[in-house]
Design a protein around this ligand. Structure first.
Ligand SMILES: [Zn+2]
Length: 303
């Protein structure tokens, strides 16, 4: 698969609610950050795929309508920002259905894509792909094929796949988040800390290499473009959280704009509408963990 432009994705959420406290109400700061992001997209004439959190859309539906009218793709980030592995399959089904219906009611357009909170489709919650296919999602961008303490499936293919999820032939397209192989392991290069910390030239080299084969998916959050936000947050946070979230945030806007000027950008919807997208098919059952000799597929069949 040759992908000529990066797919630009933005997780639309509110920092405190998504990172520190799931019960915290969505703030006006989240809206201001998104307004800044939309202005940036308009100035760059860049259409992005936005994975919108249901709770955010409920608090600020007019912003979601503006994004849609500008031409961004509205996809789903679930409703409450709870990691998939902290939910039962039935809780997960209710969460993604609620978000999908909410977003479709706001824009009138079909929601095709999903990204889990904190990339949280892991080996033990791979059943989520079956539920996503059953609830009408066409593609997923939740998996990071890396070793990481909180998420990741290191053995997952680093290229997109069409995943058959059941015996009836239902399937979902799975786009893993972008990695680069170096020193015998895969490194996450699609955004976040590595995009902030690597010299830009290194990021650019890796991006070019990925675009030649498996493609490049960039991810970001509107709050990453606001380097003052952490000074204004009205709740206490540890030094570790502060450094992890805030270090070199001020680099993000100029790097993002440079990347878009050099490489352009597209939405998933635009990429999927092209005819040259041919993905290999794999079976979900081949990736499910085996628990006590019984495959997780059997355990979850009853759900
Ligand atoms: Zn999120």
């Amino acid at each position: 698969m040759v992908q000529h432009q990066p797919v630009i994705t933005i997780d639309v959420e509110d920092w405190i609610q998504s990172v520190l406290d799931r019960e915290y109400p969505i703030t006006e700061a989240g809206l201001r950050n998104m307004e800044g992001m939309l202005e940036r997209l308009e100035r760059l004439k860049l259409k992005a795929t936005t994975f919108v959190l249901g709770k955010f859309a409920e608090a600020h539906p007019a912003m979601i309508r503006r994004l849609h009218e500008f031409g961004c793709e509205i996809a789903s980030h679930g409703y409450g920002h709870v990691e998939t592995f902290r939910q039962t399959p039935s809780e997960f089904r209710a969460d993604v259905q609620r978000a999908k219906h909410l977003l479709e009611d706001i824009t009138g357009a079909e929601v095709k894509g999903y990204r889990a909170p904190v990339f949280s489709i892991v080996r033990d919650s791979l059943w989520a792909l079956r539920i996503l296919a059953e609830t009408g999602h066409r593609y997923d961008v939740s998996i990071f094929p890396i070793h990481h303490p909180r998420y990741g499936i290191p053995e997952w293919p680093t290229e997109p796949r069409c995943v058959l999820v059941d015996q009836e032939g239902r399937s979902i397209l799975v786009f893993p988040n972008t990695t680069f192989p170096l020193f015998g392991r895969n490194w996450p290069i699609g955004g976040g800390g590595y995009f902030r910390l690597f010299p830009y030239g290194v990021s650019r080299f890796m991006m070019r290499e990925r675009l030649k084969n498996s493609g490049y998916i960039f991810y970001c959050h509107p709050y990453e473009f606001n380097s003052h936000e952490l000074d204004e947050v009205p709740v206490p946070m540890s030094l570790k959280v502060r450094l992890h979230q805030g270090l070199w945030r001020s680099r993000i806007p100029s790097r993002f704009e440079r990347m878009v000027r050099e490489f352009g950008g597209q939405t998933f919807d635009e990429m999927l509408n092209r005819n040259d997208l041919k993905l290999r098919t794999v079976h979900l059952k081949d990736y499910l963990p085996r628990i006590g000799g019984q495959s997780a597929r059997d355990l979850h069949r009853a759900t």
